[in-house]
Write a protein that binds this ligand. Structure first.
Ligand SMILES: Cc1cc2nc3c(=O)[nH]c(=O)nc-3n(C[C@H](O)[C@H](O)[C@H](O)COP(=O)(O)OP(=O)(O)OC[C@H]3O[C@@H](n4cnc5c(N)ncnc54)[C@H](O)[C@@H]3O)c2cc1C
Length: 274
């Protein structure tokens, strides 16, 4: 049953500082960014929270800039802003590629990168990109700002180290060397949740991440090691098939996901050769 909106409370801070104070003094509060995930929960009545804080108007959390070689993306940057950003196109084109495949135009105009991370779905399309880019998450509270490596952020299925008094303020991406590759496999091109999503970076230290094959997005250290040591792609495929433990669910079967993941690995390796 739908959640009755009249029983919900919304706090509207005018600055990030005020938002952090509210989270500390008036919490627990659920942050709202573009609301594209939250509204689904409200509509299905699966969200038990009653008190929310609206981050969407806080433009200071929207900037995309480069500082000292680090690409810094405000957590409120939308997919449309990522697609249009010359900096993202130059530094991390696979993030723009992922953004282009998320939802449709309406979702791209509202959905944010910070929301995709905080929502923590293993099918979140931006997550494998942030995993191979070895991004850092800037987490802010009234007390402190701390930086957590993206690859240490998730602690289980939709669980993370984010505290109740914290928000994701920004996502920082260090310089990425090597050829970048991204592919999402879903039922159709638009508005489909991925069955498998792979991001890769080819350099002397190959990096590979997969979404939708485990409770969280995962890096594949054994497969990366096989490729780094010059193993033929057939052997790397076998290593990958042993390294992941996908499940059967509504969207796909474990067997299909395993096979498609190996096919994507091979395609990544062929496309980025030479
Ligand atoms: C029709 C439709 C299609 C979709 N298609 C895709 C798709 O193809 N691929 C995909 O990956 N996703 C898809 N999504 C899911 C969703 O659009 C994305 O996950 C989006 O990035 C969520 O961002 P948001 O700003 O709307 O988050 P919100 O809904 O505002 O928030 C999501 C969660 O993150 C928390 N949160 C948000 N921002 C912050 C922050 N800065 N700090 C701390 N917590 C925060 C919220 O409290 C909430 O728990 C789709 C959703 C819909 C409705």
């Amino acid at each position: 049953m739908r959640t009755a909106v009249s029983r919900l409370e919304l706090l509207q801070p005018r600055s990030v500082r005020e938002a952090l104070r509210m989270l500390r003094d008036e919490g627990p509060l659920v942050p709202l960014a573009g609301c594209t995930d939250v509204y689904v929960g409200l509509n299905f009545g699966t969200l038990s929270a009653k008190r929310f804080i609206d981050l969407w108007p806080l433009d200071e959390m929207r900037a995309i800039r480069s500082t000292g070689g680090v690409l810094s993306i405000g957590a409120l940057a939308t997919y449309t802003e990522l697609i249009r950003s010359p900096l993202v196109a130059r530094r991390l084109p696979i993030l723009a590629a992922a953004a282009r495949e998320i939802g449709g135009v309406q979702i791209q105009n509202r959905g944010t990168l910070g929301g995709n991370v905080a929502n923590g779905s293993p099918a979140g399309d931006s997550l494998p990109v942030l995993a191979v880019a070895e991004a850092m998450l800037v987490l802010s509270s009234a007390a402190e700002t701390r930086r957590v490596p993206f690859n240490s952020f998730f602690s289980g299925y939709r669980k993370s180290v984010l505290r109740l008094d914290e928000i994701i303020a920004a996502i920082e991406v260090p310089r990425v060397d090597g050829r970048q590759w991204f592919r999402k496999v879903g039922t159709r091109a638009a508005q489909a949740i991925s069955k498998v999503v792979l991001a890769g970076i080819r350099s002397d230290r190959p990096r590979i991440a997969l979404g939708s094959v485990a409770p969280t997005v995962i890096r594949l250290p054994k497969t990366e090691g096989a490729l780094a040591s010059g193993a033929p792609i057939e052997e790397a495929r076998r290593v990958l098939e042993g390294e992941i433990r996908p499940i059967d669910d509504l969207r796909s079967t474990a067997e299909y996901r395993r096979r498609v993941s190996a096919n994507l690995l091979e395609r990544f390796w062929r496309d980025t050769a030479g």
